[in-house]
Design a protein around this ligand. Structure first.
Ligand code: KG4
Ligand code: ZN
Length: 334
């Protein structure tokens, strides 16, 4: 089954054609990073306008890369939430229009479910069910048990900032541009993670996360000493990244133990972080747990993951009608 996936929940306009939920035939992403960079974050209204301009060209590029035409498409999957409602609406309206005009089955996909479906793309052997998933993105940080495609049990979530959001806010304080996760990741490679002592919060607090304390700790350092440069900047990035990774790994370890899980997947934009990838690999090696992480390009927002998630829903006979709407706040298992 060839599924056309559309994604427009935040600042990436993306389209992809995926065969049977695993084989990416064509994939295109138009990033608005440069557009929003001067504002230091995503401006919702500007994002919506760029989605309107980018969606059709991105879809045409994905079809061309796949060597396919709309006639070859068997179904459409579109992100229906969570995200910026105006941005989401662009994808949802486009998907409804194509589905109606072509008489194609349509399904709305939860963006987070998309992230959790990226692990099966590109012919990779993915995890079985149930498995533990650590989902860390710009908007969410969650530990969930994946019981099946589309069936999840939430174990813990952030009580304040998402991990990626903390990376971005700290990066902004350090003048590293937006989004700052990849820059902090790079600088951290040459920094000393023990140079600055940052908080290690949420000990003994179940499986929830909190990242705002370490963000405030960085702010205090910057207010006292100014924005560091050179080696000191790399050291601060390494210290901040280490404290985020330490908490993510500590909670993941606790969830693996508590639920006796033998497979773990790590998904979402922050799963591209080298420090996190190394730390979860070490955790899994130590505990005899099998680890699955999508390639870095499939960790950040893309439409192949939406097509993949949509495939399983279409296969189960799920169909959205033209009342399909965008929802800004959408928990994972609904
Ligand atoms: O999943 P994603 O592309 O979008 C959302 O659904 O939010 O995640 C974007 C987030 C941003 O906060 C970005 O800074 C972060 O992922 N990110 C990283 C890295 N690459 C992207 N954070 C840390 N290290 C990275 N290498
Ligand atoms: Zn995302």
């Amino acid at each position: 089954m060839l599924v056309l996936g559309l994604e427009s929940s935040c600042d990436e306009t993306a389209a992809a054609l995926v065969e049977d939920g695993v084989r990416v035939r064509g994939d295109a992403v138009a990033s608005q990073v440069a557009v929003h960079a001067e504002w230091g974050g995503v401006v919702p209204e500007i994002a919506s306008r760029h989605h309107v301009m980018n969606l059709v060209p991105v879809m045409e590029t994905a079809l061309a890369r796949a060597g396919a035409r709309l006639d070859d498409v068997d179904g459409i999957a579109v992100t229906r939430g969570p995200g910026l409602v105006g941005a989401l609406l662009v994808g949802v309206q486009a998907a409804k229009a194509i589905a109606w005009a072509r008489g194609l089955p349509l399904v709305g996909v939860n963006h987070l479910e998309g992230h959790l479906s990226a692990v099966w793309l590109d012919g990779a052997r993915g995890p079985g069910f149930p498995h533990l998933a650590l989902l860390v993105s710009g908007g969410h940080s969650e530990l969930v048990i994946a019981r099946d495609h589309g069936v999840y049990e939430l174990l813990g979530a952030t009580r304040d900032d998402a991990a990626g959001e903390a990376f971005d806010k700290v990066g902004k304080m350090l003048g590293l541009g937006y989004p700052a996760g990849p820059t902090i990741d790079k600088l951290a490679q040459t920094g000393d993670p023990k140079a600055f002592t940052l908080p290690r919060p949420m000990r003994g607090r179940g499986l929830d996360f909190s990242f705002s304390g370490m963000k405030t700790a960085v702010l205090t350092i910057v207010q006292r000493q100014g924005v560091p440069a050179g080696q000191a900047l790399a050291d601060l990035c390494a210290s901040f990244q280490a404290s985020v990774v330490e908490q993510l790994v500590r909670k993941t370890r606790a969830a693996l133990e508590l639920h006796g899980m033998k497979q773990l997947q790590v998904a979402g934009g922050v799963a591209a972080n080298r420090g996190l990838r190394e730390a979860v690999a070490a955790l899994c090696a130590e505990r005899g747990v099998e680890l699955f992480v999508p390639s870095p390009a499939r960790c950040t927002d893309n439409a192949a993951m939406i097509a993949a998630a949509g495939y399983w829903r279409l296969l189960r006979g799920e169909r959205a009608d033209l009342s399909l709407n965008a929802t800004a706040s959408l928990p994972l298992s609904t």
